[in-house]
Design a protein around this ligand. Structure first.
Ligand SMILES: [Fe+2]
Ligand SMILES: [Fe+2]
Length: 348
């Protein structure tokens, strides 16, 4: 992956900084190559003709998800060497809308749909989604190299843990807003920087001998894990998808307490560093409470005010299950063959 000429390679692609902006990854196809090429020029310089066609590229493809992730990262800590004005560049936003449509069409096609929020949430408890399968596998027979790969996949989310969900706050009010903010307050460390969950994950990476820099592993992580974060960003950035964001958040909180318990078992069996165990043990108790708050007060409050959002809440729950299942399937397929699940193996 060659560095673009206008900036020195070390400046753009060198070691990740702890808190961002992220180093630029290499392209994975024409769409991500076009976005990377544009971002290294002056904002306002992109033309409609330079974007490759999106239709037919596939809602879960590597190229689409890296391109979308780059567009979204401009709203978080940003990309190294990229002008901040790209965040609201109309031409880039036009491309982003096409990428989102392709992804969203795929999710709507593959999700079963419906409007029964209660039974969707009950089903999550009875029939755990993909993340649960992976934590079970890791608890029962996981090896340390698989655990480290799992951390790397999840790092693209946990570096910005709970940030995508904060985007929905201005779109809520009353009980839903007060309760979602209470959950976010815990995610953001309840007033203590050292307890911010994203920081606990940085500590976990250090404990596992992995590079803790912001999005350091973006070049290594395949689309199944990136798609989960893109889904959160897409739901968070569109007011029209606030129901889906809330549904996703509730689904995530419902499934993390039991899977975190299995992760603790796995990490203790593997005698992992205490920082690794701590990240998951912190989520066992917190998320049991968060699940109740999300269900009763956030979803309850939202649907009391806006009952017409029930199908969107269901979509958020089902899309989460769908994408978590895709990641679990990806991990199983690679690990069953005893090969890396990443785009390139980790250096030991
Ligand atoms: Fe958390
Ligand atoms: Fe939580």
């Amino acid at each position: 992956m060659t560095a673009p000429a206008v900036h020195g390679p070390a400046q753009l692609h060198g070691p990740a900084r702890l808190y961002g902006p992220a180093a630029l990854p290499g392209p994975r196809g024409p769409l991500s190559a076009a976005v990377l090429d544009a971002l290294l020029r002056a904002p306002g310089s992109a033309h409609p003709e330079e974007w490759p066609p999106v239709a037919g590229v596939g809602p879960y493809s590597e190229d689409l998800h890296l391109a979308l992730h780059l567009c979204y990262e401009l709203h978080y800590r940003g990309l190294r060497g990229v002008a901040t004005a790209w965040e609201w560049d109309p031409e880039l936003l036009r491309l982003r809308a096409r990428l989102e449509r392709e992804f969203m069409d795929g999710l709507r096609t593959d999700a079963a749909g419906g409007d029964d929020v209660t039974s969707e949430l009950d089903e999550l408890l009875a029939e755990p989604v993909g993340g649960a399968g992976t934590s079970r596998r890791l608890a029962e027979s996981g090896e340390w190299w698989q655990m480290r790969e799992y951390f790397v996949h999840r790092s693209v989310y946990h570096h910005k843990e709970a940030d995508p969900h904060a985007l929905v706050i201005p779109r809520l009010h009353g009980r839903a807003k007060a309760s979602l903010v209470a959950v976010e307050y815990d995610e953001f460390g309840a007033g203590r920087a050292e307890d911010v969950h994203a920081q606990l994950f940085v500590d976990l990476l250090g404990g596992a001998g992995l590079e803790p820099g912001y999005l350091h592993y973006l070049d290594d992580v395949p689309a199944p894990a990136i798609a989960i974060v893109n889904m959160m960003s897409m739901f968070g950035l569109h007011r029209g998808l606030r129901g889906a964001l809330v549904g996703h958040f509730a689904a995530a909180e419902t499934t993390t307490a039991p899977s975190s318990r299995r992760m603790v078992q796995a990490l203790e069996r593997l005698r992992a560093d205490p920082a690794c165990v701590h990240f998951y043990s912190e989520h066992v108790e917190a998320d049991a409470v968060h699940e109740q708050v999300m269900r009763r007060d956030v979803i309850g409050g939202l649907l009391d005010d806006e009952p017409e959002l029930a199908p969107d809440v269901v979509l958020g729950i089902q899309a989460t299950g769908l994408l978590e299942d895709r990641l679990a399937h990806h991990l199983d397929t690679a690990w069953d063959r005893n090969t890396t699940s990443l785009l390139r193996p980790l250096d030991e």
